[in-house]
Design a protein around this ligand. Structure first.
Ligand code: UD1
Length: 320
């Protein structure tokens, strides 16, 4: 299969590229390298430098492709609330450009990076795909709206899709093939790693008065290698002519912020300095996926997502 991976130089994208190459697919990467890294580009891929706001570049990149994996997006939740225009243009307009180019070129399948952020603050901690979407940040709103566009592009243009709602993506390729580190990370684990390796002085823990056992937020951390495998399975699924799907990708297990801090201290043998800070606006106390549907539809299961594997593979990249 010829697959165009839009955003394939990014953190999740590069892991998806590796999984697709391992599955024997022919991979082209389209990326503007705004957050993606050259060092993440595998020598076996055709690299097409380009921006999803450049419709001509997208038209050219679609030639000869059979499927698209679309991961190019802005993803900082806080920034999306301060600069919604940037998220509207990059995430929504950019994705419409991808879909329009697919329509023109006759590319009929897309795997889309969605997010647990579409759910907002659900009333139950373990979420399946029937839980109503109700994003509480603009980032999550863009992902939810794109899922809705996908439904119409299927009806009107025959493009079938799998939208993968990632929970918290973490970890690194265990073989060390993906080396690019995020430049100004805002997510928990990269920040904890920067404290562990001395790049950063301390971690601010956002809230310790949540109704959880230790008072800090609980999230469903899923290894990026597991996420990557799901993309290969989704591509194979779509290529066999099956119906579009929206699927959660998570483990169903939760870890608190303090669980992450303490286990990282034990495994890295480095002290993690932290302070308690006020709650971050829009953080639900607990988010966990039910991934039963992904198992049923794709046969997917998280097999690399135990906390020790997550921390050790990440530490291997951050260790100086
Ligand atoms: C959010 C989105 C998720 C998205 C991801 C991309 C929601 C509900 N989730 O995940 O869908 O894919 O961003 O960036 O919108 N924390 C600290 N200190 C820090 C950083 C984080 O205490 O310096 C805590 C947070 O409060 C949270 C946990 O660590 O409880 C994880 O945070 P983070 O890694 O930012 O991911 P989410 O906000 O869960």
């Amino acid at each position: 299969m010829n697959v165009l991976i839009v955003g394939g130089a990014g953190y999740i994208g590069a892991h998806v590229v590796k999984a697709c190459l391992s599955a024997g697919m022919t991979v082209s990467v389209f990326d503007n390298l705004s957050t993606g890294k050259k060092v993440n580009l595998f020598p076996q891929v055709r690299f097409i430098p380009g921006d999803i706001l450049d419709t001509k570049a997208l038209d050219a990149a679609m030639q000869g492709q059979q499927a698209v994996v679309h991961l190019a997006a802005k993803k900082a939740v806080g920034e999306s609330m301060e600069n919604p225009e940037k998220y509207a243009v990059n995430n929504i307009t950019g994705t419409l450009n991808v879909l329009n180019a697919m329509g023109k070129a006759g590319v009929r399948h897309i795997v889309f990076s969605s997010s647990a952020a579409v759910y907002g603050i659900p009333h139950i901690p373990e979420i399946d795909e029937t839980v109503p979407t109700n994003p509480i940040n603009f980032y999550g709103f863009t992902k939810r709206e794109i899922e809705r566009f996908l439904v119409w592009y299927e009806r009107l243009r025959g493009i079938t899709f799998v939208a993968l709602r990632y929970f918290n993506a973490v970890g690194y390729d265990a073989e060390g093939d993906i080396r690019g580190l995020e430049s100004h990370p805002q997510n928990l684990l990269p920040i904890v790693m920067e404290v562990a390796n001395g790049t950063r002085q301390e971690l601010s823990i956002f809230g310790h008065d949540y109704p959880t056992p230790d008072g800090t937020c609980i999230r469903d951390y899923v290894h990026v290698t597991d996420l990557a495998i799901a993309h290969v399975q989704a591509l194979t699924y779509l290529a066999s002519g099956k119906a579009s799907q929206i699927l959660n990708l998570g483990t169903g297990k939760g870890h608190s912020v303090l669980d992450i801090v303490r286990r990282t201290e034990t495994l890295t043998k480095q002290p993690i300095r932290y302070v308690f800070a006020p709650r971050r606006h829009g953080d639900p106390a607990e988010l966990r996926a039910s991934a039963a549907k992904a198992k049923e539809v794709l046969g997917w299961q998280a097999i690399h997502s135990d906390l020790d594997t997550i921390i050790l593979t990440t530490w291997a990249r951050y260790q100086r």
